[in-house]
Design a protein around this ligand. Sequence first.
Ligand code: DGY
Length: 326
Amino acid sequence: MAEDKPWALISEVGEQGFIEEVTDIIKQHFNIICLRDFLQNPQQHGPKIQAILMWNTFPAAEPSLLSSLPSLKVVANGGVGIDHLDVPYITSLGVKVANTPGVVSVATADMAMGLLLASARKIVEGHQIAVDPKTTSIPQSLVGVEVTGSTLGIIGMGHIGYKIAQRSKGFDMKILYHNRHRRSVEDEQSVGASYCENMDDLLREADFVVLVVNLSPETKGLISHRELSLMKPTATLVNVSRGLVVDQDALVKALQSGEIRAAALDVTHPEPLPRDHPLLSLPNVLITPHVGTYTYATIKRTVQCMVDNAVAAVNGLPVPNEVKLK
Ligand SMILES: O=C(O)[C@H](O)CO
């Protein structure tokens, strides 16, 4: 009987929320209520909610929402990044926080390669020229830069960074990486990656610099004027981590002055950017709206992982991907 299941508060179904196809995965274990319906009458619905299942757009960390959920046991986030959550505050309420590492890695790595290739080979511009009825010849502006045999610099060699390295091996790229901790010799050898203890060395040498770090106080503004000035004028910056890892004003200047060739960004700050933001009109910028994990297979795996985390927490069992305070 539906009423026997615990209740979960979820972001919307459809735009800004869960795709229709995956709500069944949640409904197997939870009765669900969407935020919009919940907010119609928080006093009535609040006491029964034991889990929040959310993407990073959901305002779950807001004290006003949490204070209306006295039975809440878990905030189960879809995705790895939990920079939008006030983990110390949520856990101080006795509520667990969980994320979904691992399951998003392949799709995000694919996206990084897609952005890299699209920027290098001007695929979006090429499409616009191809569909323009006024086109009579191929403009020289479509001449791109070669990916095969170029040098890739990966900043952040966790799950996703490593998957990017595996993919770039197929393009015969020379792979450099910078990470808090050096990977094992076996890991390095199997993708042919060389460790740069000093990030500056990577920035100076790479044709493509891909950012895959978590957002933290240490990585906020990691790429600013100084770092961009070290990059080659022919280099491309790809960001699939978080917008705040890059100083966007510095990036705009570097792109306008030709200090770097181009940027391909799946993440910005804020998201979406204000419509008059210079990044939206620069010809050497490619932007996607934070869709690195947007494939049906990855969304399904992510939702299953969120549900596993939430079910464990509600039943007082160890939560597989609990985010613990350091
Ligand atoms: O953090 C992640 O996994 C992605 O950016 C989706 O939010």
